[in-house]
Every structure is written in C-alpha cells, then in structure tokens.
Design a protein around this ligand. Structure first.
Ligand code: NAD
Ligand code: KPL
Length: 303
C-alpha cells in the first residue's frame, strides 16, 4: 500500500525518507506546481543523520494529481492541517486512514469533522528534525512516536511498515492523554521561554512561575478527564527543563525566525477548554494574552 506524505517539511521528510529507504512505496504531496518543480530540480529529499547525508528520489505530486489516497501521513503544522486535509478529500478512498502528526490539540478534531468518512489516527512524537535547506532535513533528535485512535486497542496490521522503516513507535489507546500531556509540557515551557527570551534552562530562574502554571495545568487536565496526564506534571516539566537546558524551545525558535507559532493549538486550546468547563485559569489566560501581544508586536499571527 502506498504511503502518501503531505508536507515535505521536517517530520514529513524524516518519515518519507525512512519509509522509502526500507523499500516501501511513498509519494510526497507538495503545495503547488512551483514547489513540485523546485523539488524535481533538487532531485529528491536529502536526509542528514549522524553526519551522513543521503538523497532519496521519492516521487512527488500535488493534491490535485489523479489517483486514490488510502494511507496518508499529514505532516504539516496544526494551523495548516484542516485545509491541507480538505484539499485531498476528492482523492481519499472510502476507508482512508490519515495519521495526524500535529502538535497540540484542536486541529485533529477540525480534520475529523471536515473528513467524516476518513479514519483519523492521532500521533504524538518526540523525534526532532529541522530543515537546513529546501527539501533537506537534519534528523536532530532520536525520539518516539505514539499513535492511536480512541476506542481502538488493537494496532492496525500496517504498523509493521513503521517497524520495517525503523520508526520507533507504540500504538496507544490512551493517545489523547499523550497529546494532552505534551500540550501541558509545551504550555508550561514554551511561552515562558519566548517571553523571557531564554533557553529552556533559563526557566530555572523562574521556579515560582513554572510551578504555579503547572498547578493550573494539572487542574485543567483533571477537569478534562485526563487525570493520568496530570500526574507528576510539575516534576516532569522540571526534568525536561534540566534535560534540555541548552536548547531553545520550538516556539522560541519559531518566533526568533519570524515564523508563525502553534499558539492557538497549545495555550489557545488550553484556555478554550477551561472556558468550556467554566474553570478559572487566570495564569494561563494572562500568559496567553502576554504571548499574543508579544507575537502581534512582531507582526506574527496570534491564532
Ligand atoms: P514544517 O513546517 O517543517 O513542515 C510542514 C510542511 O507542510 C511544510 O513544508 C509546508 O510547506 C507543508 N504544507 C503545509 N500545508 C501544505 C499543503 N496544503 N500542501 C502541501 N504541503 C503543505 O513542520 P514540522 O516541523 O515538520 O512540524 C509538523 C508538526 O509536527 C507540527 O505540528 C510540529 O509541532 C510537530 N512536531 C515537529 C517536530 C520537529 O522536530 N520538527 C517534533 C515534534 C512535533
Ligand atoms: O517539545 C518541546 C518544544 O520545544 O516544543 C519541549 C522541548 C518539550 C519544550 O516544551
């Protein structure tokens, strides 16, 4: 079965290259004919790993190319997911499966609502990759990807493709909890690194701010029926801050490079979930407002 990968960015390229080198059929879906021409001129995708770079001449197309799409990896940013998925709607098979690789929450529901006949599989990844040039990606951090679908305990048989491709993964019926936990970690760390303009380790100078945010996030998780995602949140946030002390958070990197952030799917989603439950989250709300003002002052979207 062919894997279609929409988005030849960091994670999409990382997945596509590993699937292709395992001999699995992969096709990239690029944004428009101009991107397709640029990709063809580049000769394929470049993946650098442990100091070695390989070129993978993976076939590519645009969303309006002919042919059905049965298995899709949607590897764009959360704010692009709904439109990107909708652009493929006419090509999706009746029982198409779509892996949603977006960080945060909110975009997954938007895609599922837009494509009610597709089988959406949620994913949460700790792998790290970045683009060093067009169609050229560096595998920067080993990690793990959890995949799952609420109510489906049994992993689908095609997960063996990921095994074959050497993509570390686990099927989890608790995938929503994993996504909430990652959202909470990102909400506790990323906005503060932007506002204090510091590396993750710099947050050690603001222990009270981090602790009270974690307390509010834990209450929110509990109210959202995600009690296990709330367990030991503050301790894990402290561990991540220490373990990644020298790194800039992904949101800090986005802002520093003038790129749109996924704020709406992290802090925005958290504040919205609290409001729906009439739960007061003054610290998260203030953080959201401060971050929005910071982004707006730099001409970046706040949604
Ligand atoms: P990215 O910006 O590097 O890549 C996204 C790609 O999707 C871009 O090439 C963009 O042009 C493309 N795209 C967007 N809309 C499209 C469309 N309609 N048609 C075709 N292509 C389209 O993003 P990324 O870093 O790979 O992140 C993807 C998701 O994974 C994000 O939600 C991110 O938070 C999450 N994530 C990333 C990493 C990482 O290390 N990069 C790690 C964990 C999670
Ligand atoms: O995922 C992260 C990010 O930078 O987006 C970590 C390292 C966990 C910080 O929140």
């Amino acid at each position: 079965m062919t894997w279609h990968v929409l988005g030849a960015g960091s994670l999409g390229s990382l997945w596509a290259a590993r699937l292709a080198r395992a001999g699995l059929p992969v096709r990239l879906i690029l944004r428009d004919p101009t991107r397709l021409a640029a990709y063809r001129a580049a000769g394929g995708l470049r993946l650098s790993e442990a100091g070695h770079t390989h070129l993978y001449p993976i076939p590519a197309e645009t969303a309006d190319s002919p042919g059905p799409v049965q298995r899709l990896l949607l590897a764009c940013k959360a704010y692009d997911a709904e439109e990107a998925a909708a652009s493929l709607a006419p090509r999706l098979s009746a029982n198409a499966e779509i892996i949603l690789l977006q960080n945060g929450l909110g975009s997954q529901d938007a895609v599922a609502t837009r494509l009610p006949r597709a089988r959406c599989i949620l994913a949460s990844s700790t792998e790290g990759a970045f683009r060093d040039a067009d169609f050229s990606v560096v595998f920067a951090g080993q990690g793990h990807t959890w995949l799952g679908r609420a109510g489906q305990d049994q992993a689908p048989a095609w997960l063996s493709d990921l095994q074959q491709a050497g993509i570390p993964h686990t099927w989890s019926a608790e995938i929503l909890g994993k996504l909430w936990r990652k959202l909470a970690l990102n909400c506790a760390i990323n906005p503060l690194t932007v506002l204090h303009d510091c590396r993750n380790g710099g947050l050690a100078d603001y222990p009270g701010e981090v602790a009270s945010l974690c307390m509010e996030l834990s209450t929110l998780l509990q109210q959202c029926q995600q009690a296990s995602a709330a367990e030991g949140l503050h301790e894990e946030v402290q561990r991540v801050i220490a373990a990644t002390a020298a790194n800039y958070s992904s949101m800090h990197q986005d802002v520093a490079q003038g790129r749109r952030t996924e704020i709406a799917y992290l802090l925005g989603y958290a504040c919205h979930a609290a409001a729906q439950r009439q739960l007061a989250v003054p610290l998260l709300q203030t953080l959201h407002q401060r971050l929005s003002a910071h982004l707006a002052a730099r001409g970046l979207p706040t949604t």
